[in-house]
Ligand binder design. Structure first.
Ligand code: FNR
Length: 358
């Protein structure tokens, strides 16, 4: 019935160590909780007598058209949840016409994910796939990966910039979950030049705006930056040619105690002043959360953990049901807000408690 039900069901199926890896965050997990709590604190203020029997959820973000404003944020290691891993996720996303962002840390290669998505797209339209990248200090390796994603048909790159070092996941440390189980590997980190050795993903504090400029120079795909939180960085991102932002705190998995993403949305929107789209993720669990974020100016929203829970609960079918459920909830909320589509969602429909200093 609900996204929460998927988590409850998934926990009975998953190895508790893997369930902790998915649910957990950095430090005291203050930001993990803040993301969901912030949505709960916002109130919707609906309009009446102006609805329509036909409602659409279609959006176009950074040139990619989707049948739903809910996209699949990049999450690592789907094979921890289902033996088909990202193939199952991709088929479900394609069937829903949802954008899937393939994680650089996926357990299936982007070429195979793209093929699964192509086979499952409804109405013959290819479902959009984006590729998430941690820029590697080894630029040659990074460039090869960008080529692979491009050749596989990905229509945008999402560069995660909130990870100069790995977040401190204390649950994983306590559980001793430091590596993938035998038989699973990060498909994009297999180095063909080194006899199939699997590299680890480097998280480097030396990655800078200069690297983004370099990336801008080697690809014509739209580039979205994931993990920009400071409005000054949002302005810099636009100046450096970013085509969009994915406003994200990594689901509370990087710096603990940063604000909930939805709290930052108005400020980030103001900083980019409509020049690029802003997608938001973190704590989206209900159709009303989707509607609140869109009303506050997000072009789309991402979900992370819910996809993993649904995958663990029911594989491809689970993720299909999850996306269908959110579609139904969004439709219900749109109707009750007097909106015919996402274009009718405006900031006056949201009442926020006074955040910040009085
Ligand atoms: C993530 N996230 C993530 N982000 C990223 O850029 N690359 C990655 O490989 C991963 N991997 C990953 C694994 C798991 C298990 C989780 C839970 C999250 C972060 C993800 O893209 C997204 O920002 C958050 O998950 C959004 O918050 P919710 O929806 O999980 O609350």
């Amino acid at each position: 019935m609900t996204v929460q039900d998927f988590e409850t069901a998934a926990r009975t199926r998953l190895d508790p160590v893997h369930a902790d890896f998915i649910a957990g965050g950095a430090g005291d997990e203050i930001t993990v909780r803040a993301n969901e709590e912030a949505f709960r604190r916002l109130r919707l203020l609906p309009r009446v007598l102006r609805g329509s029997a036909v409602r659409t959820q279609e959006v176009t973000v950074a040139g990619s058209r989707a049948r739903t404003p809910v996209l699949l944020s990049p999450t690592a290691f789907h094979k921890l949840c289902d033996e088909e891993g990202e193939l199952a996720t991709a088929r479900a996303a394609a069937a829903a016409g949802a954008i899937m962002i393939v994680s650089m840390a996926s357990t299936v290669a982007v070429e195979d994910i793209a093929e699964a998505a192509r086979g499952a797209g409804a109405d013959g339209a290819p479902a959009p796939l984006w590729f998430q990248l941690y820029l590697q200090p080894d630029l040659e390796f990074t460039e090869a990966l960008v080529r692979r994603a491009t050749d596989a048909g990905c229509t945008a790159l999402v560069v995660t910039v909130d990870s100069p070092v790995r977040g401190a996941h204390e649950r994983d440390l306590r559980n001793g979950f430091l590596d993938l189980p035998d038989g699973l590997r990060c498909a994009h980190m297999v180095d063909p030049h080194e006899g199939g050795r699997v590299r680890s993903i480097a998280m480097s504090p030396e990655i800078s705006w200069a690297h983004l400029d370099w990336l801008r120079g080697i690809t014509s795909l739209p580039i979205l930056l994931k993990g920009v939180l400071h409005p000054e960085d949002a302005r810099l991102a636009v100046r450096h040619g970013a085509d969009g932002l994915l406003l994200s705190n990594h689901g509370g998995r990087q710096l603990d105690t940063v604000p909930a993403t939805v709290e930052l949305l108005p400020e980030i929107r103001a900083a980019v002043a409509g020049r690029v789209p802003v997608v938001l993720d973190g704590g989206v669990r209900r159709g009303t959360d989707v509607v609140k974020a869109l009303a506050l100016g997000a072009s789309a929203v991402g979900i992370g953990r819910p996809v993993m829970w649904a995958l663990a609960e029911g594989g491809e079918k689970g993720v299909r049901r999850l996306l269908e459920l959110l579609r139904e909830e969004v439709d219900q909320a749109l109707a009750l807000c007097g909106a015919c589509g996402v274009q009718d969602l405006t900031p006056d429909l949201v009442r926020a408690p006074a955040w910040g200093p009085p």
